[in-house]
Design a protein around this ligand. Sequence first.
Ligand code: MLT
Ligand code: MN
Length: 312
Amino acid sequence: MHLKIIGSAAGGGFPQWNCNYRLSRGAWDGATNVVPRTQSSLAASANGKDWVLFNTSPDIRQQIAATSDLQPRAYGPLRATPIRAVVLTNADVDHIAGLLSLREREPFAIYAAHRVLEVLDANSIFNVLDRSIVERRELVLNEATDILDSKGHPTGVVIEAFAVPGKVALFLEDLSKAADGFGTQEGDTIGLRISSRAGGRGAFYIPGCARIDDPLKRRVSGADCLLFDGTLFTDDEMIVAGVGAKTGARMGHLQISGASGSMTALADLDIKRRIYVHINNTNPILDETSVERAAVREAGWEVAHDGMEVTF
Ligand code: MLT
Ligand code: MN
């Protein structure tokens, strides 16, 4: 199984278009201690030929341009793509807006949980992907699902989707239900176990997660690789940085640090390779010389960058 992290930043990317905070500022200025990153997306292939995208970000065109495996094959048909399917983990803009760039009457399949398919159905702009060409298929939670191409042929990629604690997409928040997760329901945010038809080895992809509970720990224990929500280092990071009013808890993202953070919560689990993804432009781990970056490295975590590969 080949995994390629084609976008490692959270929504907004790094640097973010309107951001002057010190990390984005460094990236604008070409500082050597920070590396620019596009928005959150992962590509996977079991055979090196057929690729499945996990989330499609507004940067998908740039990501395809940077990844030859995702480009039309030389001497292939006039219109072609090795991208056979897209799997969505939530309905956040950074994870679904890239679908709009995958129009042009190219067959592939979209897989998502019921709640996310409802969002696509309710927003007619997604009809630029003609349903007779791009089929929408509902993911059943807690069941192994063979990812099939548009014609129903197996790609070799198998996933199991499961609900994780999260939050409904920002643009769907019901402010009258603030005390009740702004109307969040099960399946608004899912995690995925990704494996191949050929073997039992698996990686977990969880780019958004609000809380780590015992069922989640049991699930990811023994994994070959865990790609986990690395949005924020501290819960109040955006407030302290002066760029926003929301905590991680308010946004549905568990912070990395502290007694209740993901680094401590996952510390004792048997996981071969652990990588933070979906990194916000305020997160000090983006600075390769920072103490925070050293702390995650010390704890056995890698920090995703665009183009990072995982093979298992
Ligand atoms: C998130 O991960 O919290 C969202 O991508 C935020 C957003 O939609 O900007
Ligand atoms: Mn996001």
